[in-house]
Design a protein around this ligand. Structure first.
Ligand SMILES: Cc1cc2nc3c(=O)[nH]c(=O)nc-3n(C[C@H](O)[C@H](O)[C@H](O)COP(=O)(O)O)c2cc1C
Length: 361
């Protein structure tokens, strides 16, 4: 049982959108656990159909598998596929561990805990061909058909900066996102077990107190947005500067446009290897998922906000994003982010302790 505890203690460092940690662990025996996933689609506008949570659960499963390799244990993971329409708000997985003395420790093992998000502007020195090959190599061969597309050079980065600042404006002006941000930001902190500390947001410490005060009430947010250009500084710091100051942005493509929860879970496993690989190369990483999410709302014609301007903004985001890749490739996109050189962040999300993540059967 001790081994399982240590494996779970490492695996819980898997990243999740807004640090929601949408999983609980049931320890059945010393060779079998059940991962009970859930999603936040009913409360989080960024979790369209639970896809963000499903990606995170996939990352967690890959984390489990990499952690287990450190004890020469092979993981056999089986999805308890629900009957019905395939939509599954509670994806559940049986994970069985099997001794295999010939199994080497996964080379990504040392990065499980050190991998993190860096939302600050980063160095702009381009990625080398060796770095790119190393990262592309991590997408296969176990998960075949995944590809990475790089968005590099000042003009392409500027185009993405334009898209991201549009997303930023949307995020800062729709009440649905406001409700999420109120829940997930831990103000005046560098570390948080179940949220994102404000110091890790990428905003300068000088404006954080003002942001905290504004975010205290939706009426203040609306007033600042309407009369004082309230979104300007946050958009500059959260979206525009980080988008320009990085080595490259990347789009992860699945073999086919993902639709089902298990397709997103599998994409999450690929994402885990890619993100850990970036860490192993000593590079910094930040997800930039909102363009894909607002694009999906637009493409699927799903209303997502009471703000009447939101659908038109999502349409513009989708249109500009599609122009970044040829031949409709954006339909296969599962993740968007940026990488660059820099120091690791001094503030980061922590995780709930293992005893709070454990459930009984
Ligand atoms: C599916 C997914 C989507 C995410 N989307 C974003 C995003 O759009 N922007 C961002 O800055 N961070 C994003 N994150 C990063 C999480 O907020 C972060 O991983 C979490 O707070 C834990 O922090 P850590 O990765 O530093 O341990 C995302 C993470 C995951 C797994």
């Amino acid at each position: 049982m001790e081994r399982i505890g240590r494996i779970l203690d490492l695996a819980r460092w898997a990243p999740s959108g807004d640090n929601t940690q949408p999983w609980r662990f049931e320890i059945v025996s010393d060779t079998h656990i059940v991962v009970h996933g859930s999603d936040t689609r009913l409360t989080v506008v960024y979790d369209l159909r639970g896809h963000a949570s499903q990606l995170a659960i996939g990352v967690l499963l890959e984390y489990l598998s990499i952690a287990a390799s450190g004890w020469n244990l092979r993981c056999d993971i089986v999805y308890r596929q629900p009957s019905g329409n395939g939509d599954d708000p509670h994806p559940t997985f049986d994970v069985r561990f099997e001794d295999d003395p010939s199994l080497p420790t996964d080379p990504l093992f040392p990065c499980l805990k050190t991998r993190s998000v860096n939302r600050n502007p980063l160095g702009t020195h381009p990625l080398t061909p060796v770095e790119k090959d190393t990262l592309s190599g991590l997408l296969g061969p176990r998960f075949s058909g995944y590809r990475v597309r790089w968005i590099e050079g000042w003009s392409r980065k500027a185009e993405l900066a334009r898209i991201l600042q549009r997303c930023g404006k949307l995020r800062l002006t729709i009440p649905e996102a406001y409700r999420v941000h109120r829940q997930v930001i831990a103000w005046r902190s560098r570390f948080s077990e179940d949220r994102i500390p404000d110091r890790a947001l990428g905003l300068s410490p000088v404006i954080l107190p003002l942001m905290e005060w504004i975010m205290g009430r939706w009426e203040r947010v609306r007033f600042f947005n309407r009369f004082l250009g309230g979104t300007l500084i946050p958009r500059l710091q959260l979206d525009i500067l980080p988008a320009l100051f990085c080595s490259a942005h990347f789009v992860l493509l699945a073999p086919l446009p993902p639709r089902s929860p298990d397709a997103f879970v599998e994409a999450g496993r690929v994402l885990a290897r890619f993100w850990l690989g970036v860490t192993k190369l000593g590079l910094q990483f930040q997800p930039e998922t909102t363009p894909l999410i607002f694009r999906a709302y637009h493409k699927e014609g799903i209303p997502f906000s009471g703000n009447p301007e939101a659908p038109a903004t999502a349409r513009k985001i989708a249109g500009s994003l599609d122009l970044l890749l040829p031949d409709g490739e954006m339909d296969r996109a599962v993740f968007l982010g940026r990488v660059g050189r820099g120091k690791p962040p001094s503030a980061r999300s922590l995780r709930l302790p293992l005893d709070r993540l454990r459930v009984d059967g």
